[in-house]
Design a protein around this ligand. Structure first.
Ligand code: CMC
Length: 432
């Protein structure tokens, strides 16, 4: 393994240090490139740029590997639950019994939304997009808890455990509130004695006369969906959280920015797109041929939703787990969802098609997650909010890395300017 790489520009050679990660990932350190050579690296979309060192998640897209703090996603999906995995991702180790209890207690104690914050909802039309409501209300946490959101890393880290618990627990509660607000239903208070996912389902579906008690299969399926979304390396929303956090912005503000980034259809919004696509195929009595043909035209607007990934060029390990869980959950709940058959057929057709094969486009986590959420009674409009609830621990872990790095710099990429060269201001009466 070379410890030095070199770059030759015209006749001059410049040595560049090589960095190697704990899993053998290699990088050429270009931090001094501009100062030494006058050149910058051009990498639109940062697909080939390491923006940070991180100890949270390891992802090998060529081999379909995903590990949180070293532990394979398959083992976490089999043996852990969302809250435990959240702890692992944030604090770096699996909690012992005492730490797990303490963490769970903090989440339970911070689940309820104070009256003042409940009123924020009244400013939104009931038809407001759920992710727009969620990002606004999470940004409002910084206004509601100014003592935890000082925009000073040292002070905010002292209060980190509480701020993290507030974020995880309340973002879940906000999700349920958004659902009820859209339906014109009153807010249901959380119950301290309920586990995380059961409490969410209670806040969604209980009413003053009938308490919703989640079947164990339902709570387990929700746990799995959230767990599979806990973290995913430097994706669009996580790097947004890191970027915003790098300016010393507090945790809540940074999370709100992450939620905004997640709302786009090419990122978290894809789970909505998948179900809309499957539903359209069902309504038209089509076999999916039209969607596949349109997707092959290569425009962003017509992409096959739930297919392809910026970093997985083999398969998405989360899609394997969730695809299998989807069948099991529907069977256990006795639900026959025609969209599952359509999804399976579409997957088979795409995987035989050279367009998808040659571009290494396989189903991603969103391809099947929506079908499970439908089975749990969660409406399509709330799917991306569910993704945000699941991803919150990953965002928090990444924000903490930024805040705790004494050598961290503000994120500030450069650009190649392609606009007009210098020209003079023209007074209004002389303009064409
Ligand atoms: N349908 C049709 N063509 C596609 C698709 C798709 N879903 N995804 C990529 N392509 C094409 C793309 O047009 C390009 O074609 P060409 O080489 O002819 O120009 C080629 O495949 C390579 O694309 P890429 O550079 O690997 O893709 P990307 O990194 O720009 O985009 C993506 C990654 C996830 C945004 C994209 O695959 C996509 O839009 N998928 C559909 C939306 C989706 O399911 N998103 C959820 C991702 S998983 C959840 C998450 O972590 O956010």
């Amino acid at each position: 393994m070379p410890q030095i790489a070199s770059l030759k520009i015209d006749e001059k050679e410049y040595p560049l240090a090589v960095m190697v990660g704990t899993e053998g990932e290699r990088a050429i350190d270009t931090r001094k490139l501009r100062a030494d050579t006058g050149f910058i690296c051009y990498d639109q979309g940062y697909g080939n740029t390491g923006s940070c060192e991180s100890a949270v998640t390891f992802l090998d897209g060529e081999n379909g590997i995903l590990r949180h703090r070293g532990i394979p996603i398959e083992q976490l999906a089999n043996f852990s639950d969302f809250v435990e995995t959240a702890y692992l991702v944030i604090y770096g180790e699996l909690p012992n019994r005492e730490k797990r209890k303490e963490f769970g207690m903090k989440l339970r104690q911070n689940a309820a939304i104070e009256t003042q914050m409940q009123r924020i909802f009244e400013g939104f039309p009931t038809s407001a997009p759920p992710m727009a409501m969620l990002s606004s209300i999470v940004a409002a946490l910084a206004a509601h808890y100014p003592q935890l959101a000082t925009n000073n890393f040292e002070r905010d880290l002292v209060n980190f455990d509480l701020a993290a618990a507030i974020a995880i627990s309340k973002i879940r509660t906000f999700g349920a509130m958004i659902y009820r607000y859209q339906k014109g239903l009153p807010y249901v208070f959380p119950k301290q004695e309920l586990p995380f996912c059961d409490n969410f389902l209670h806040m969604m579906f209980s009413d003053p006369y009938t308490e919703y008690i989640a079947e164990p299969e339902v709570a387990r399926a929700l746990n799995l969906v959230l767990l599979l979304h806990t973290d995913h390396e430097q994706n669009c929303s996580t790097s947004t959280v890191r970027t915003v956090g790098s300016s010393a912005a507090n945790l809540f503000t940074s999370l709100s920015a992450g939620i905004c980034a997640l709302s786009g259809p090419l990122h978290g919004g894809a789970n909505v797109g998948v179900v809309q696509m499957l539903q359209a195929i069902y309504d038209e009595g089509d076999d999916g041929t039209r969607f596949i043909a349109a997707a092959k035209m290569g425009t962003k607007a017509n992409r096959l939703m739930g297919f392809g990934h910026a970093v997985y060029k083999n398969f998405d390990p989360r899609a394997k787990i969730i695809g299998k869980a989807c069948e099991d959950v529907l069977k256990k709940l006795g639900i026959n969802d025609p969209l599952l058959d359509i999804a399976r057929n579409l997957e088979q057709a795409a995987l035989k098609d050279d367009y998808f094969l040659s571009r290494k486009l396989y189903p991603n986590v969103d391809f099947y997650s929506g079908i499970i959420m439908r089975a749990l009674g969660i409406p399509t409009s709330l799917f991306t909010v569910m993704f945000a609830i699941g991803r919150t621990p990953g965002w928090i872990a990444n924000w903490r890395e930024v805040a705790s790095n004494p050598k961290g710099r503000i994120y500030r990429p450069r650009q190649i300017y392609m606009g007009p060269v210098k020209r003079d201001y023209v007074p209004m009466d002389q303009r064409a």
